[in-house]
Ligand binder design. Structure first.
Ligand code: NAG
Ligand code: NAG
Ligand code: NAG
Length: 188
């Protein structure tokens, strides 16, 4: 890659892209045990060009909850649909909230969600869990960069070792080069 090209890409990054390098394409909230959790809201909204916000409001019907397992599984789309890719991490959520430093990889993803949620505290949970207007930005995953493609992130929630609900989000990422080509053909 020429120096000129590198310089252009640097400028592009510095001036904030009009279009995100990473964005949601679909969202599914699945209730696995309606006596525990149900979803009041589960949607994606277009906030602006290429900017898509996720909102999920999960109602808790049995409180307090103080034994929570989170399973984060990531998948990448190939020729034969989504295949496991990169992570399948199961974490004791209450322990994570107490000792975040022990879970560095998991923390990258949770730290992306926290600013948009009301769950950033230690157990117990005795209120609805809400993630509101969460927008994925490329820098959130800077420590875990994803190559361009289609992804599925599955976040499963268990209470006392039984799965209760899951939030499945679909994302698409474009790598820098594709992004540069697209931007170039549109403008400049
Ligand atoms: C991911 O981990 C869960 C729980 O540890 C396990 O049940 C599941 O089979 C794993 N999935 C894959 C694709 O390895
Ligand atoms: C979440 O809570 C921790 C510990 O109280 C705090 O350091 C962090 O800044 C909080 N994050 C957000 C996004 O509120
Ligand atoms: C959570 O509940 C499961 C099943 O009852 C139990 O085996 C486990 O030890 C509990 N975890 C904690 C941290 O209390």
């Amino acid at each position: 890659m020429s120096h000129q090209l590198k310089f252009l890409i640097l400028i592009l990054l510095a001036t904030r892209p009009v279009e995100n390098l990473i964005r949601y394409t679909n969202l599914k909230c699945n209730t696995l045990d309606p006596t525990f959790f149900t979803f009041e809201t589960c949607n994606l909204k277009v906030q602006g060009r290429g900017i898509i916000a996720l909102t999920a409001h999960m109602k808790l019907h049995k409180v307090p909850v103080n034994n929570v397992t989170i399973l984060l599984s990531t998948f990448k789309k190939g020729n034969n649909g989504y295949r496991p890719f990169l992570y399948n991490i199961s974490v004791d959520a209450c322990d994570f909230m107490r000792n975040r430093k022990r879970y560095p990889v998991f923390a990258i993803y949770m730290n992306a969600i926290m600013p948009f949620s009301n769950v950033n505290h230690t157990c117990p949970y005795n209120h609805d869990m809400i993630v509101k207007d969460m927008v994925m930005r490329e820098d959130m995953l800077a420590l875990a960069p994803l190559p361009g493609g289609d992804y599925m992130f599955k976040l499963r929630l268990g209470v006392k070792n039984e799965w209760k609900s899951e939030i499945v989000s679909y994302l698409t990422t474009s790598d820098l080069w594709e992004f540069f080509k697209k931007t170039k053909s549109r403008k400049m």
